[in-house]
Design a protein around this ligand. Structure first.
Ligand code: 1VU
Ligand code: MG
Length: 354
């Protein structure tokens, strides 16, 4: 463990100073695109106009024979495409892959001043972040990058979940984490082929009805309710991130056509504390925007509470509901998020009445 006094010193002479606070601009969706695909690159200005973050994916889903093209395509994006205020991220190949080192050296060397965040897949423990942290400092110093590039870990292995708190605390570069249900399911030997969402087999069942002889009456239907297989790990990730001042995100939802289930998964993550989710297809951008912008009625109510209790103290009744110091803070979370999003989104600003 490094001394707290050293934590905010650069890890290489000439590298930019680490940040003390993680920036939190609108981050409702991290939109994945394949930078090796010229057609997708051409659409990027339109996508960027709708998305909060666009991410050039170099890892899974990019075929081996297109790894170099994806990396080079992302360099072209960084150098030639104006994304307005939309953040540019990348997901590099895994640390144990033969492409990772070239991903980092090329991207930091060529577009290090354009990249906001590097997403690192399959992070297993703080040692993975320490490796990236030092290497990025060296590369930033060499390239003369002025602003530190932040690091985002994907929580997608059993080891990663076991070390989630240490990962979140590993470096001042830690911007946040995404929950990766596909790799995580495989790592844990969970028996599902789905990418996120529920499963009809993962449920709880009401007790049986007994007949006069005390035997189970199989003719009486029993109520079942599907449970959320991801609840525990997402909640752990949210706690680890918020404890360490970084931002938790839900990751991918693979059934692109099932927009209702995607919305339900995103909303469960939003309610637990995630700030955004991945969009794999343009249709998921709008779902994320809807879900991760707080509901208008909740914001209006929260504003009412803050206005009615300017000092946030004591006990009050508002619209039949008890309000005190703690509920005031809940309302503040809602209003702060709505205020931040309103700065980018005039429609939301009008709806929230700012
Ligand atoms: O109408 P056009 O042909 O001009 O355009 C298509 C398509 O190219 C475009 N589109 C996209 N544009 C920008 N960004 C995207 N992510 C994106 N996806 C599609 O939209 C138009 C309509 O497309 P479609 O409905 O016909 O869909 P496709 O069959 O073309 O594509 C579906 C997939 C899922 C293959 C595509 O959306 C995609 O590649 N998404 C990203 C996948 C990805 O990054 N996976 C890795 C992260 S998930 C993970 O690691 C663990 C599970
Ligand atoms: Mg993965």
């Amino acid at each position: 463990m490094r001394s707290p006094r050293d934590f905010l010193k650069p890890l290489c002479v000439g590298a930019p100073d680490p940040i003390t606070e993680v920036p939190f601009p609108p981050s409702r969706m991290i939109h994945f695109f394949d930078a090796s695909n010229e057609k997708m690159r051409a659409k990027l200005p339109d996508i960027a106009a709708k998305a909060d973050i666009v991410l050039g994916n170099l890892e899974d889903a990019v075929p081996v024979d297109r790894k170099v093209a994806a990396r080079e395509g992302l360099v072209t994006v960084g150098k030639e495409i104006d994304l307005g205020g939309t953040q540019l991220w990348t997901r590099i190949n895994a640390l144990d892959s033969p492409w990772c080192i070239d991903d980092l050296t090329t991207l930091v060397g060529e577009i290090g001043d354009k990249l906001d965040v590097i997403m690192v897949p399959k992070v297993e423990g703080p040692w993975d972040i320490h490796y990236i942290d030092r290497l990025l400092a060296q590369l930033e110093a060499k390239a003369g990058v002025k602003k530190p590039i932040l690091v985002h870990a994907i929580l997608e292995t059993a080891q990663g979940v076991a070390h989630v708190d240490e990962i979140a605390a590993a470096s001042p570069r830690m911007q946040g984490m995404s929950f990766g249900p596909a790799d995580l399911a495989a790592s844990r030997r969970m028996k599902t082929t789905r990418v996120g969402g529920g499963h009809p087999g993962y449920l709880s069942m009401s007790d049986p009805t007994l007949d006069a002889d005390g035997q189970i009456d199989a003719s009486v239907a029993r109520v079942t309710a599907q449970q959320d297989p991801w609840h525990y790990s997402i909640a752990r990730m949210v706690d680890a991130c918020t404890t360490n001042g970084c931002l938790p995100f839900y990751g991918p939802f693979g059934d692109i056509k099932d927009v209702a289930a995607c919305e339900a998964q995103f909303r469960a993550a939003f309610l637990l504390g995630c700030v955004g989710a991945w969009s794999l297809h343009p249709v998921q951008i709008d779902i994320a925007k809807k879900v991760f912008s707080p509901p208008v009625d909740e914001v209006l109510f929260a504003k009412k509470v803050l206005e009615a209790i300017p000092d946030g103290k004591g006990v009050h009744m508002i619209d039949g509901k008890m309000q005190d110091d703690a509920t005031w803070k809940q309302c503040k979370v809602m209003v702060d998020l709505a205020t931040m999003l309103s700065e980018k989104d005039p429609e939301l600003k009008a709806a929230y009445g700012f």
